[in-house]
Ligand binder design. Structure first.
Ligand code: HEC
Length: 158
């Protein structure tokens, strides 16, 4: 390699590094904004027909436990062990989710919010998605400090 090639290689390496650094800092700041401003818009968009779907496992007493296991396996890493929010995902124990219909939650799981980091779960068999719905619905609303909030005082995040 001659010296001008060395310079070229070094310049390329530096700019690649810079790009990586810029990219990761952009991602970090996007995440902060997202947590404050954008959550729960998507579930509100569930179409009428999807919202009206009934959870076929609503009467199945084992569905909640099965859903809990699935949640730990697939969701807790982002939404936290008790679904009240983690590093990457918002709390699911807020009125926007707890008061959503089972069908709306099922629709959201099936479609994800991919552009915002919520994966699509359509590969999980339908009964498992309904088990997750049963589990989430069993949790109820909880305020940010981990105590159950009385209905009148529940925070309305954004
Ligand atoms: C890789 C991280 C990640 C995983 C894993 C994940 N989620 Fe999410 N989830 C997110 C993010 C980020 C959002 C916020 C999306 C947005 O901005 O609307 C979200 C949003 C949601 C919402 C609210 C929808 C809305 O309107 O924003 C529900 C309900 C939900 N997730 C359920 C689940 C369930 C159940 C699982 C497991 C099957 C799961 N998530 C797995 C990251 C994740």
């Amino acid at each position: 390699m001659n010296s001008s090639m060395h310079v070229a290689v070094a310049a390329l390496a530096t700019s690649t590094l810079l790009l990586l650094v810029l990219q990761s800092s952009a991602q970090n700041s996007a995440q902060v904004v997202k947590h404050k401003d954008y959550f729960y818009e998507e579930i509100a968009k569930a179409p009428e027909k999807a919202r009206a779907r009934i959870n076929p496992l609503a009467a199945d007493r084992e569905a909640v436990q099965a859903g809990s296991n699935l949640f730990q396996q697939h969701c807790a890493e982002c939404h936290g062990d008790s679904a009240d929010g983690g590093k990457k995902g918002p709390s699911l124990r807020v009125p926007q989710i707890q008061e959503a219909t089972p069908g709306a939650i099922f629709w959201l799981l099936t479609n994800g919010v991919v552009r915002r980091g919520m994966p699509v779960w359509s590969k999980l068999p339908e009964p498992q998605r309904w088990q997750l719905v049963s589990y989430l619905k069993s949790l109820g609303i909880r305020s940010g400090d981990g105590t159950a909030a009385p209905l009148a005082q529940q925070p309305k995040p954004n």
